[in-house]
Ligand binder design. Sequence first.
Ligand code: NAD
Length: 480
Amino acid sequence: MNIKNYINGEFVNPIKNQWIDNYNPSIGEVYGKIPNSSEEDVEKAYQAAKNAFPSWSKTTLNERSAILSKISFLIKDKLEFLAKAESKDNGKPLTLAKAVDIPRASSNFQFFANAITQFASEAHESVGLNAVNLTLRHPIGVVGCISPWNLPLYLFTWKIAPAIAAGNCVVAKPSEVTPMTAFLLGEICNEAGLPKGVLNIVHGLGSTTGQAIVSHPNIKAISFTGGTSTGARIARIAAPMFKKLSLELGGKNPNIIFADCDYDKMLETTVKSSFANQGQICLCGSRIFVEESIFDRFKVDFIKKVSNLKVGIPVDPETNVGALVSKSHLEKVNSYIAIAEAEGGEILFGGHEVNVEGGENGYYLQPTIIEVKSNKCKLNQEEIFGPVVTIMSFKNEEEALTLANDVPYGLSATLWTNDLNRTMTMTQEIQAGIVWVNTWLMRDLRTPFGGIKSSGVGREGGFEALRFFSEPKNICIEYK
Ligand code: NAD
């Protein structure tokens, strides 16, 4: 099936007629083509967005909210269909796409449908000076949204929903590796009555289509989620044009386990935080640090639980670990397993590709646990973004903190303890944008989401996203 660009409410071929193969990673076969859009396609999308902006930015909040709610409803209504498309395109278990990806895409629209009706401007009365200041928040204009392949529709909509809720028009690009559900979203937007040109979706490679969006002089803000090196490249292009930038980048998140935790809950959750979505979630706890006194017990129990995970084809309801997203990504993850051996790491479980029935040419890898001796090794310092975790023991809080913070990244962290004082001191010292205590991936969409250090700049979620997608203007009025 050939995917098309969605520009001005219509599905169109790329102007230069250049196409990229789209793979089904669970069988390692091409199942369609997607446009490799050029600067001309991006320009066409920009023009459509620009033309739609005067009218869209003046729609009442109730009208905008109603359309966003309708999109949310339609995504929920088509859950089964969208989940199948997502799972086929990405390799993730169908059960996961049904339980997480598609419901969250629907929630993103519903959340911002509600949030925009509660987003208040501020007023500051300059007491004694007979003046009042109003802070108005106007939409920026045409904005760019670029998203990765790991949670395709989930992260695509996480950007688009607040952008259009705030009154902007959008030129968006999903990952070329997983374009399908973004393509299907176009039809849903038409069905929901989103005016033509408010959302435009151009498909293609990062180096061509993505770069054209980032370099476009009149696309004034870029919301990007993806790798740290891509983020740095985007920042280099966007900074001299003074674009507003939100960068959600990579992570190398610590999962810190103290002996006083609720052990069973910790074990259950640690299996998920290590291997959910084949470990391809920026929030996965890829570095596990365990207090010395329970280290041996943890190793035995963790290996036992992980060995029960079923690696299988995504459509099988029993599958826990599906296919990795692409051959090149599988090769990248494999290269880290090879490095582990060279660095003296001990593979406690996994480490091999899996020949899966019904998916013989697919990209399957065992969930892999590697014991490392030092946090300085490559495996602990670089983002692998696959079903590979490392484990190490620590002696006390101080050592745990040093290990947790000694990485270039600072996206999220998980802490397992029942000690209140330790919780309070450690959560304040851990260098991360999000710290979960005795849970993982629990999300309240009102909270700020994002990282520090090489994990990015800016925050998404709640009013933070609406602030990003609007420009504040101060009006100062003096009266007699
Ligand atoms: P990537 O950086 O390769 O690509 C992300 C997107 O950027 C894709 O749409 C790609 O086409 C586009 N792109 C690539 N080069 C570009 C360029 N020069 N200009 C403009 N656009 C360009 O990342 P990926 O491999 O798709 O995703 C995996 C990465 O995303 C991991 O590092 C992961 O940690 C990160 N991620 C971060 C978060 C977060 O919220 N912090 C969430 C999910 C994934």
